[in-house]
Design a protein around this ligand. Structure first.
Ligand SMILES: Nc1ncnc2c1ncn2[C@@H]1O[C@H](COP(=O)(O)OP(=O)(O)OP(=O)(O)O)[C@@H](O)[C@H]1O
Length: 250
């Protein structure tokens, strides 16, 4: 059983189709990237999976459970999304504690104190941060809180939408290291949007290259060492990123 399976996925906004014919499978425990230039539809694919882009057709399933068009509370227990900008994704008037407790309340899960502290520790924040508001945190700390929130329900699949691109270069590597560690410790599957090929090299096993709403190529991340790609658009993207990506991102 795949962690994520998309087949002939089309997605539109107000009748205007922006994503077409998306088909790929992500294996359990795999880290899979969607790359491509701005506007190519990468985030839209993630939004469709979590139900934030409701005009879709095709087939989607996560851990063997087919996605429908109706809200599905149980889905959030297996799949969570982390957004690009932790300023925008965290409620400014909620403490870290309130933000992390909310999914537990919604799902009627007990043991709030221990779980909040456990997930804070998992993302490298000690208990001093628990009763702070987002404006009392750095950008990197805020993104750690957003990741902790995504972990609260112990999902197996995480959708990561440019999780480091809104951060200072100096903290990008810290968050990437954290994501790498969490994936190992929690045996997570990642589907990650990025435009940064060194990030793919660091964190991902395979990548799908998107151009104008379609996938033009699916390649192993190891191809980033050699530049051995079949589609001209991928070769262009590779050349634009400066070629071989042995170096660490950020
Ligand atoms: N809520 C929305 N309503 C209408 N159009 C949208 C909406 N969100 C995105 N779009 C459009 O859909 C297309 C794909 O956007 P999407 O955000 O998926 O691209 P992307 O590849 O993730 O780009 P970026 O890297 O800039 O985030 C773009 O043309 C965008 O303007």
């Amino acid at each position: 059983m795949s962690a994520i399976s998309l087949s002939d996925l089309d997605v539109a906004y107000s009748g205007h189709r922006v994503v077409e014919d998306i088909t790929f499978d992500v294996a359990q425990g795999e880290s899979f990237a969607l790359v491509g230039e701005s506007g190519s539809g990468k985030s839209t694919v993630l939004k469709a999976i979590v139900g934030l882009a409701p005009e879709w057709s095709g087939r989607m399933s996560v851990l063997g459970q087919a996605r429908g068009h109706k809200p599905d509370l149980a889905f959030s227990r297996i799949c969570q999304m982390v957004f690009q900008d932790p300023y925008a994704s965290l409620h400014p008037r909620k403490t870290v504690d309130a933000t992390l407790s909310e999914p537990l309340q919604v799902h009627g899960i007990k043991g709030r104190d221990a779980l909040v502290e456990e997930k804070l520790a998992a993302v490298g924040l000690d208990r001093r941060f628990r009763f702070r508001f987002p404006h009392q945190l750095s950008g990197g700390q805020r993104q750690r809180v957003a990741i902790a929130r995504a972990l609260m329900l112990e999902p197996q699949v995480m959708l990561l939408d440019e999780p480091t691109s809104a951060l200072d270069v100096s903290v990008q590597a810290e968050i990437l290291n954290l994501l790498k560690r969490l994936r190992q410790e929690h045996r997570l599957t990642y589907l990650m949007v990025t435009h940064n090929l060194p990030v793919v090299s660091f964190l991902c096993d395979r990548m799908a290259v998107m151009n104008k709403g379609r996938i033009v190529e699916i390649a192993d991340a190891t191809s980033l060492h050699t530049g051995d790609f079949s589609h001209p658009y991928t070769r262009e993207l590779y050349a634009a990123s400066g070629g071989a990506t042995e170096r660490k991102p950020a």
